[in-house]
Design a protein around this ligand. Sequence first.
Ligand SMILES: C[S@@+](CC[C@H](N)C(=O)[O-])C[C@H]1O[C@@H](n2cnc3c(N)ncnc32)[C@H](O)[C@@H]1O
Length: 237
Amino acid sequence: MPLLKIVPIEIRRRITKQNPRRKKGQKLDAMQEIKKLISEDPEIAKTNEMSRFPNFGFEYRGGITELYNSIIRSRNKKPKIMSIGPGLGLDLAELNIDLNSVGIESSIDVLSLQKLVNINILKLLNGKDYSQNVALEEIFSNPGKYKSVIRELLGKYDFLIAALSAGIYTNYSTHNCFFMFLMLAPQGEAYIDVNHFDEDKFRQMVKNHNKRYGTDLNFKIENVTKTIERIKITRIS
Ligand SMILES: C[S@@+](CC[C@H](N)C(=O)[O-])C[C@H]1O[C@@H](n2cnc3c(N)ncnc32)[C@H](O)[C@@H]1O
């Protein structure tokens, strides 16, 4: 697939525009770095050919741009980010390089049904792959088996994105939104594409959780877009 097709138009525009905060001579062109990585790593090219998921995902860019804008707005210089179902993770690598280039030391962890993120891409993300080769709902419904993973994930992230992933390809959309909410740090924001999201059920889950664990979790839900059902959940407390 031609590289230009896999780079989001909004990010391409942003990268090619002169960035006033970039130091002169600094090599910070995310596209160039990723292009180099792909050409040097035949495995990435092969996975890209073989997997339909990332191709599908690459066509869909709104979520990443939204995330970029929210991170910039937050003024958080070291945001911890989680991507649930990142596909190959190329767009996230691009996002991370781009954030780094404006002085933001972001790290992006990933968790996916299939372990698709290549080790070299993971290095660009500066994060960890928590994928267990099972669905998100499977991990959180087996707290005994996945205790150490769950413990690391809870309350950790300033930002979470689940673009066309665990909020959609599941019979447990609302449950998965709740699990993703539990991964947020206070004031953390999750951008999740959903279907069959039931806000009342979600509210009840948070209530039950607070009662059972003596916590005081609270949230705000917004509809981000109407074209695809994407919600934003903010952890208020
Ligand atoms: C269509 S791809 C989207 C890839 C990427 N987010 C994008 O927009 O380009 C679906 C991704 O979600 C993951 N996924 C789907 N259902 C999931 C679930 N229930 N739990 C965890 N990951 C899931 C898949 O492994 C894959 O990485």
